[in-house]
Design a protein around this ligand. Structure first.
Ligand SMILES: C[S@@+](CC[C@H](N)C(=O)[O-])C[C@H]1O[C@@H](n2cnc3c(N)ncnc32)[C@H](O)[C@@H]1O
Length: 298
């Protein structure tokens, strides 16, 4: 499929994200945040998405044989994760292709699969491209009595090029000191720079941020990510767009955004959300999936 020559400012694609990603030009986005649904791949059969290497197009920069070896070893541990990875892997390959040299990927996952994803991303991006494992801790809802209640998500952060990536901590929303009595009043007034453990409430079921979309993430989390890893005028991509939180935060911060979602409810929520916020957005259908050459198995 011919690649688009330019990306329209603030675009939402409706449809499967793989087709949309394939139509975007190489190295055209500064920041990618994704929060994929975990169970999507479980309905697929292992190996339905081909993992065969090609000699040209899209694979340049990945870690060759080492990647294949790591991948096979990791996936042999867990069938469900193998199926999930068959879904996620081609999309992460596109993410790598689309990131520019200063760009960063934030992959938001559940604690049950993040360790598999980390090993695979180490191999896919390169171990030296791993920047952080962010723990988003919250405290809401029921608590198990027979183990430590699980109240965190994991966000893996990988950069395209460890020598060139952009990171600007001075722009990041600061947070209150835990022990304000131990620091100067000036520091208390300024707040402290967040570490890699982020205590942040979930979207309040009664708050004004709530859109009604079930998996909506808080604007505060996305603001931090966008402030640190992009500049005003840059393009931010989220191809599991959901309620459009990434777009809403990007627009607040003067960035452009590209979102995608295949669920019509997501598109309806985003239309309402952006209209209410006065954000101009072009809603488009995803290009049809590129036709694959039929390959016969031996
Ligand atoms: C966990 S939600 C994202 C929530 C989002 N971060 C927010 O704050 O609202 C994942 C989204 O991915 C979408 N999705 C799943 N598979 C997709 C695919 N192949 N192409 C496009 N969207 C997909 C789902 O419809 C869902 O809205």
């Amino acid at each position: 499929m011919p690649k688009a020559t330019a990306i329209a400012k603030n675009t939402v694609f409706f449809g499967d994200n793989l087709a949309s990603l394939a139509a975007l030009p190489d190295e055209s986005v500064q920041l990618i945040y994704i929060d994929p649904p975990f169970n999507t791949g479980r309905t697929q059969k292992r190996g339905t998405a081909t993992t065969k290497r090609v000699t040209e197009g899209g694979r340049v920069g990945f870690k060759g044989h080492q990647y294949e070896t790591v991948r096979q070893t990791v996936l042999s541990y867990d069938d469900e994760f193998a199926d999930y990875w068959a879904f996620l892997e081609p999309r992460l390959e596109q993410a790598w292709r689309l990131l520019n040299q200063t760009g960063t990927l934030y992959l938001h996952l559940d604690y049950r699969e993040s360790h598999y994803a980390k090993v695979l991303l180490d191999a896919l991006f390169g171990r030296d491209c791993f920047l952080n494992e962010i723990i988003w801790a919250y405290d809401y809802g029921g608590k198990s009595k027979n183990r430590w209640p699980a109240k965190h998500d994991t966000i893996l952060v990988y950069v395209k090029d460890p020598a060139k990536y952009f990171f600007n901590s001075t722009e990041v929303d600061r947070e209150p000191y835990m022990a304000p009595g131990l620091v100067t009043p000036e520091k208390v007034a300024l707040g402290k720079l967040p570490t890699d453990v982020w205590w942040h409430t979930i979207v309040s079921p009664t708050g004004k941020e709530k859109t009604g979309y079930p998996t909506q993430k808080p604007l505060g989390i996305l603001r931090r990510i966008i402030q640190a890893s992009s500049s005003a005028g840059d393009t931010v991509l989220d191809f599991f767009g959901g309620s459009g939180t990434t777009g809403a935060a990007a627009a607040q911060l003067g960035r452009h955004f590209i979102l995608c979602d295949q669920n019509p409810e997501s598109i309806a929520v985003m239309k309402q959300r952006f209209a209410k916020a006065g954000v101009e957005v072009s809603f488009e259908n995803s290009p049809r999936s590129p036709k694959r050459k039929s390959s016969k198995s031996k």
